[in-house]
Design a protein around this ligand. Sequence first.
Ligand code: HEC
Ligand SMILES: [Cu+2]
Length: 473
Amino acid sequence: MEKPHIKDMRRILIASANPLYGKGLEKLLTQKAGGILPDIRIASTMAETLAMLEEWKPDLVIVDYDDRTIDRGQFLNQFIAGDRAMQVMLVSLKASGTAVVYDRRTLSPDQTQDWLQLPIESQPSQGSVHPRRSEGMKHFIIVAVLVAVSTVLVNLLLQNIGLLPVEASTQATIIDRLFNTHFLVISFLFSLIVVFLVYSLVVFRRRKEDAQQEGKFFKGSTRLEVLWTILPLGTVIYFSYLGSLSLAETRRVDPQALEVKVIGRQWSWTFEYPEFGIVSDTLQLPVNRQVLLKMTSEDVIHSFWVPEFRVKQDLLPGENLVKELRITPTIIGSYKVRCAELCGTLHAYMESPVVVVSDVDFQAWVDEEVKLLNADPATRGERVSKQNGCLACHSVDGTRLVGPSWLGLYESQRELADGTTVVADDAYLLNSIIKPNAHVVAGYPPGVMPQSYVDSLSDTQLSDIIAFIKTLK
Ligand code: HEC
Ligand SMILES: [Cu+2]
């Protein structure tokens, strides 16, 4: 079908109560018409418009889209009575001088019906391919059902692909309840977007017969905008409420809690049990008893994280910055605490074992540790070295790590960075530990070994370490 061109329109009727509208359009049309000037008339009332329709029989009627005094229903009723096809355009003239054409088509009496049914606010779409209301509804129902099905499936998938490790603490159950609610919302939002998109791509794809059609004009929808502002806002606020409830629940205090001091440093963990005087590089925990972790860092910020327990807490350097974390392990087993805050070269290896045992086994471990506290100095020194992270930088088998190996160190000749040579006697060893930068070993960087041992190690611990180094021949 060939589109009628504005140049073929001889008689044009403009219906608008606004005289400026008529004048503006008249000017525009005469410019467009080229040589042969069309016959243009302007009607400013409804009655006048109808009368002209009847008597003058225009080829084209241009209706002022923004003029509410023109009743389209009445206008078309009149029109349907006739039997000849007529072009009707709805045109809105903007303040900027541009004209927006909302609808343009040739109406024959049988087509006018659905145009009439549309509310005055909405823009009617293209003539014969215009989907009826009921058909639009049908699409919505199908999409709604598909979104619901997809939400259930995606949620099932998310819950079953093992995104989260085993739930091994009371706090993990609380956190996972929140996670699962999030998964549901995520599944719904994903489905809402993807199903709508794919459905539209497939069902409303461009077909051959659509090639000639112009796109529909959209002016936006205030109702939709209000809806998609309020709904997400409400959801987010609701989730922050759920989040604060869960946070409070994970921090519930058990007065019977076992206290453990956690010290983090580059790049190791130490766990102290003040109740028993034990210091350990493994975090041993009795099952089903709340543990209160009091955590500090000796150097930079670290973060205590056992994924199976879900909760996580940063460790901050500074005496008054002790951070607390409460965990109630519920499953006997071996886990790992890892540092979750990038803290330097060996951050990735800052891991220590976490062992959850039965009450009986925990008591046995405590007894064993207490007995070791009274063992000979070299054995204690080995433990102190492990617990304070010395062995992360110093090997005992000759391997070069960050620092020199301790194998054969005692009484050997040390070449220092300043070119001098000293013998590694007791005094040298002690000085190297408490004032690491006083003598820097040649070939090694100064300032790498922590400067804090002078404060954190007791005199006994220092002499135990030296006793241990002496045994490494
Ligand atoms: C972050 C790595 C690191 C840690 C942790 C560390 N050191 Fe060191 N240490 C070094 C480096 C590097 C050197 C060599 C440079 C220097 O002398 O300062 C060194 C040197 C030494 C020396 C002198 C070694 C020699 O060959 O003459 C001794 C003794 C020593 N450290 C003891 C310890 C003890 C004891 C601890 C634990 C309480 C410890 N270090 C922790 C890095 C470390
Ligand atoms: Cu760290």
